[in-house]
Each structure stands twice: as structure tokens, then as C-alpha cells.
Design a protein around this ligand. Sequence first.
Ligand code: KIV
Ligand code: ZN
Length: 498
Amino acid sequence: MDKQIYFFDTSLRDGEQSPGCSMNKREKLLLAKQLDKLGVDVIEAGFAAASQGDFESVQEIAREIKNSTVAVLARAIKGDIDRAYEAVKEAKKPRIHTFIATSDIHMKYKLNMKPEEVIKRAEEMVKYAKSLVPEVEFSAEDATRSSTDFLAKIFDRAILAGATIINIPDTVGYVTPDKFYEFIMEIREKSKYLDRVTISVHCHNDLGLAVANTLAAAKAGARQFECTINGIGERAGNAALEELIMIIKTRKDIYDFQTNIVTEEIFKTSQLLSRITGSYIQANKAIVGENAFAHESGIHQHGVLNNRETYEIMTPESIGLKENKMVLGKHSGRHAFRDRIETLGFNLDEEEFNKAFQQFKSLADQKKTIYDSDIEALITRKTNRENNKYKLKRFVISSGNTISSVASVVLDIDGQVVEGLASAGGPIDAAVSAMEKCLGMELSFEDYSLQSITEGTDALGYASVKLKFDGKTYSGRDVSVDVVEASINAYLDAVNKI
Ligand code: KIV
Ligand code: ZN
């Protein structure tokens, strides 16, 4: 059997659907370019019919991505497929990924369709998609709660209609590894044509089994893994790409597969995603958590110093974790800065470069040493605020341990200057209350966090805010040496998204 595993990353689609993980167009493109560098075979760029913003993001990614296939999701509905095609048609390697639910419960209560109607619709829509693009993937939503007889039937019809990738999603994260293996083997036995195409799996992590289930599926012949960076995705998320690839790499004795993933790009991709969505990675998260390669206990440290393999099954270097190098300072010029950002893998146009350089210079005035991660934070920071409705003009805060904090925040709201004054227990609280007065609306705070990007008391502070409005969560972020400024701008970033 073919030993090649194809990695299909859906961070920009399934991942982006999860609460607080929404990204704007610029952020999506930045992540897509990094996924291309990571070597993923397929980038699922979005669900074009969901909104104009989603459509434009897919279109831009389709135009820009050089190596990976760009896939776009569409329900098995003609209008969705037309929209998907329009969005993806300029990609070097376009793919339409169409799906319909196949479990009794979904067909009856969600689709309100008879099984035969579902098969007919799938067949027609795959055929239609195939008339538009050379590569069509078909997914049976809620497959793991569907009958294998029905799946074999619908897959055969989709294959005859032109699908070359058949995806078996565990939509609700219900299956277990042994059962999934048997389930896929059973469908393969019942289907006439499944062995002629690529079998794909898409596992959700509701029971914490997404990675284990994906690997069990590989044993049953699946060769496309649908996954996300840091395991983001609906509810408990999807199978984490970094875990799947490092299992394959570390346990080559068990999983004798080939992949196109450049593992040295894992850490950077994980950090980029975390920064642009503002969703933190738990410290003990496998592979990319802060503690994943930290050896705290004396016995472990002693062992590792003598021979790393005593406690290390993979090296930090293999995921691209390097020492945080001091790179530039106050006297570094444009040339050195350009050279460094190119080494870090950023491809900026002249305007973006000029903005980043200006920011670097002003940071160098405030901070003695500038590290790679400072530069990455500056570049992934949202720099273009000119078109925002709500902008910070200035703020003053007085604070102390024996007095309440008092904040004056002046905002530019659509060209009008508005000042808010408030006092509260702490400076951030006071600043937020002052902004609420300017905005004239009350927003519920879901989450706020502040992290330093590098070490030292002059480190850049990274602020991330999640606000709830009208039942939806909006995230905002910013970095600055001044943590109050970063917090105010992160708050406004979320408000502008609302
Ligand atoms: O979880 C799921 O079933 C999906 C499909 C659209 C592939 O995300
Ligand atoms: Zn999913």
C-alpha cells in the first residue's frame, strides 16, 4: 500500500469556526503562507458561501499559494459550489470539498431528506463540482454514526461521479480507535470503488481521541489526515497536526509513512496561529506547549545533561525550537532588518516593510535588545488601523497601591474625538470602563490575558481580549512595550471586529 500520508490542514476553516479563533483576511493569508512553508499538502482555506469575507479570503489565498492545493468547502448545494468555484478557480491546484450528512439522525432532523435523496444529491453535486475543477473531495458528515452499508453506497456513487478523495469524518468525536479501524475496513469491504481513491479522515476531539483515531484509520488504509494546528476546531477541536506528524516521525518503527511536512516549521506555525487568534496553548500541550521540552526535575536535568536521550524522545530542534537569539538593536539599519525578516520567512511588500521598520525603530528606542520573537510579534501585529472605526488617540492613567486607578481615554470614533473618564480598582479595569463610556455600549468580557513575548522587564507585552456581543465571541490582540496600551488596543481590535 502507498506509504505517503497527505496532510490536509483545516485550521482556516474548521479551526476558524471555533469560538474566539476568527481571523481577518490578512491574518488568514499570513497563516496560509506559513502552512505552505510547513509543507501541508492541502490548505482548506474556508467556506466561501458563508460570507463575503470568507469568500474574499479564500480567493486571496488561492491566488497567493504556490505549492499546496487550496481546498474550499461547500455544502452539496449548487449555489455553494458555484461560490466555492469562483473563490478557488485561480489556485494553482484547486479542490472543491463538498459534503452532506449521512447519519439517520442528521438526514431526518437536519436535512429532512430520505437516504435515496441524499445519495442522489451527493452524486449530482460531485458531478457538478467535477465539471468545474479537476479535484473533488466528498465528505459524509457524521460518518461514524452512519451505517457502513449506506456509506459504501454513497461513496461508490460519489466516486463514479468524479470524487477522488473520500473523507470519513468523525464529526462528533464519538468513535474509538479500534472501532474506527474496523469501521473503515468494513466500508472498504462493502464498497466496490473505495480502494481506487484516497481515503481521508477528519477526527474531532470530543473524547480526546482525535489523534489516536486518525492513526487507527491510517492502519485501515486512510492516507489523508485532516487536522489543524494546535488542534483548534469546533468544540474540543480537531486532530492536532503537530502531534500526528511527530508521532509518525518519532515512531517510524510503527508508522512507516512518508510525508511532505517540514517539521522544523512546526513551532513557528503554532506560535503564529496562537498569536493571531489570541488563543493560548496550554503549557503542557504535547509538542508545542511551553513545557513540552522543559526538564524541571533535578534527576531529569542530570540525565539530559549526560545524554539527551535519557528523557528526550525527540529534539526541540526537530520542531524548529531554537534559542531565542538576540538579533538587532538600536543601530541596525534597513538592510540588516530586511535580511532578518527574510530569514524569519516573512515576505513583505515595500509598504509593509516600511511600516515594520518604523515600528522596529521605535521599539529599539524603548527596548535594549530585539529578539526574533519581538520581530515576529511586530510583523504579525495589526499595523493598519487607519480604516478602523474606533482608534486610540491617547490615554493617561494614574494608579498606585493606596489609591484607585483613574483613566482618561481619548478615542477617535469615525473622525469624532470622544473622551471617557473612569476610576476602578486597577489600571486596565479603569481604562476599559473609560472606553465603555466612549463607546456607549456595555460588552461582556470573556477573557483577558497578558503575556511577555521575551524575557526582561522591557519585554514586549502581548495582550489578548475576548469580548462577547450578541451571542458571538470576538477576539482582539496587540503588542506593545506599554502593557496598558497593548490592552487598550487589543480591546479596540475586538470592538472593531464587532
Ligand atoms: O466535522 C465535519 O464533519 C466537518 C465536515 C464538513 C468535513 O467538518
Ligand atoms: Zn469538522
